[in-house]
Structures are given as structure tokens and as C-alpha cells.
Design a protein around this ligand. Sequence first.
Ligand SMILES: NC(=O)C1=CN([C@@H]2O[C@H](COP(=O)(O)OP(=O)(O)OC[C@H]3O[C@@H](n4cnc5c(N)ncnc54)[C@H](O)[C@@H]3O)[C@@H](O)[C@H]2O)C=CC1
Ligand SMILES: O=C(O)C1=N[C@H](C(=O)O)C[C@H](O)C1
Length: 257
Amino acid sequence: MTDELEKSPEELIRVGVLGARGRMGIEVCKAVDAASDLELVATVDQGDGLFAASDAGAEVVVDFTTPDVVMDNLHWLIDHGISAVVGTTGFTEQRIERVRGWLADNPGVGVVIAPNFGIGAVLMMQFAARAARHFESVEIIEQHHPRKLDAPSGTATHTARRIAQARADAGLGPVPDATKDEVAGARGADVDGVRVHAVRATGLVAHQEVLFGTTGETLTIRHDSYDRASFMPGVLLAVRAVRNRPGLTVSLDPLLD
Ligand SMILES: NC(=O)C1=CN([C@@H]2O[C@H](COP(=O)(O)OP(=O)(O)OC[C@H]3O[C@@H](n4cnc5c(N)ncnc54)[C@H](O)[C@@H]3O)[C@@H](O)[C@H]2O)C=CC1
Ligand SMILES: O=C(O)C1=N[C@H](C(=O)O)C[C@H](O)C1
């Protein structure tokens, strides 16, 4: 007997995955496969060619590839009228502006780009942005597995930018720091005036601490992803929403409101 709640094939959202053989891609394929309202129609990795996604009739494509290929992928998807959910890192302001330009030429297409799909991580960034105006000092320590290609993480960069914006809005000056680097890099990277330290160690998945300080107290806001399954509720949320959000959505925040 057919379950009354079961969707007919026409009602299912047809999903393709780019980077399907990668750490995140494998997890996304499993999550899409397990969702009763989604159909996994294309799994594409390096060398397969993007046509597989359009040939299979994908309506939404999820991209977890690498920063050096994601822009070409996204341009191609937008030009082919396919909405996209992007977790791949490397999105500078300049890249975001280029995506906006492509979307302006293809007004029906939706794109969600999120530096982190973990719900806890999204909240951690929100809490950090909220705390920022109350503390003189702030530093970010991100920790990841050693096969990660980029540093600092997209999450750390995004967090730093949000903190910097909150500090500017509150009229706070530079973070106090009289230290001279005796060894280059000892004080981490400077992202919009916020020091970011990147740790890589076997056994880690994705972790971040934001350490705030002011007279007589510190506040630490910490998030840990112990398993890539932690990103899947956010990815599926975006997959279900993206076709109804033409244009560009940056971060998961508006989808959680
Ligand atoms: N936004 C988020 O919540 C998260 C973002 N990430 C980011 O996602 C990206 C992928 O991370 P991982 O899965 O750990 O990396 P990975 O290296 O395990 O996987 C990347 C995959 O992309 C494939 N690939 C490379 N070029 C391709 C192309 N032109 N077309 C199709 N596939 C291609 C590779 O062969 C590989 O299988 C990174 O930028 C990472 O920082 C990772 C975890 C969570
Ligand atoms: O490469 C990873 O693993 C992760 N990448 C994203 C980032 O750079 O912020 C998200 C999460 O930290 C895991």
C-alpha cells in the first residue's frame, strides 16, 4: 500500500551533488538519499563533467568541491538555470559580487552560499557578533583535520568579518596589542583587524573558539563538529529552500529566522 504522505516522483526535488566522492559529498549523497522529499539524480566528481547534472534534470545542485573550481561550477549552474547550495570555501567579497552579477542575468535562479551549515556553528557566529561590541579584545582559534586545503577556515573568516562589522558599528577602535612578532605568524592572521589562529591535527573535524576579553573577564564561545553529519540538517534546509529564494543568500541565518 502507498504511504499517503509519500511524494509522487513529480513532487520530489531533483538534486545533484558536485564533489560527490569527497568527505562532504559522500555525506550529502547519503542525506539526500535518505530524505523522502528529495531524489538524488546526479553524483559528479572531478573529471565527470557538469553536463551529468543537467542531463539528469537536477533542479538543485549541492557543491562541496574546492575553492579553485567552485566559481566555474557556479557560473555554469547559474547559466543553465540550476539553483545551487554551496558549502565550498573561498568566497571573498569580490567573488560574491561576481555571483551576484551572474544571478542578475538569470533572475529565476537561487543560490545559497554558507561558510558553515552546522546549526550550532551558525548560532556560534551569531552569538559572537552579538558579544563583539561589549569586549575590547577578541581572537579566533579555528581547529580542523589536517587534510583541509585552506586556512583560515571560511567559518573563521566569516566570523572575523562579522565581529569587525559589529565593532565598527559600536565605534570600537583596534583590538589592543603591543606585541611584536618575533617569529612571523606567531600572532596569527589578521582578518579585518581580528587575529585568527588555524590549528590542524589528526582526529579533529571542525571546531572554533571565539575568545573575548575585557577588564577582569573573558568570554569563550565554542562550537565543535565531531562528525560531518552535523552539517546535513543545514544542507537539507538550504536544498529545500533555495528554489524559492531567487538571487543570492549568503549564510544560513535568513533560513533559520
Ligand atoms: N560549508 C560547510 O558547512 C562546510 C564546508 N566545507 C568545505 O567544503 C569543501 C570540500 O570539503 P571536503 O569534502 O572536506 O573536501 P574533499 O577534498 O574531501 O572533497 C572535495 C571533492 O571535490 C572533488 N572535485 C574537485 N574538483 C571538482 C570538479 N571540478 N567537479 C566536481 N568535483 C570536483 C574532489 O575530487 C573531491 O572528491 C571545502 O572547501 C571545505 O572547506 C567542508 C565542510 C563543511
Ligand atoms: O574543510 C572543512 O572541514 C570545513 N570547512 C568549512 C570552513 O572552512 O569553515 C566549514 C567547517 O569548518 C568544515
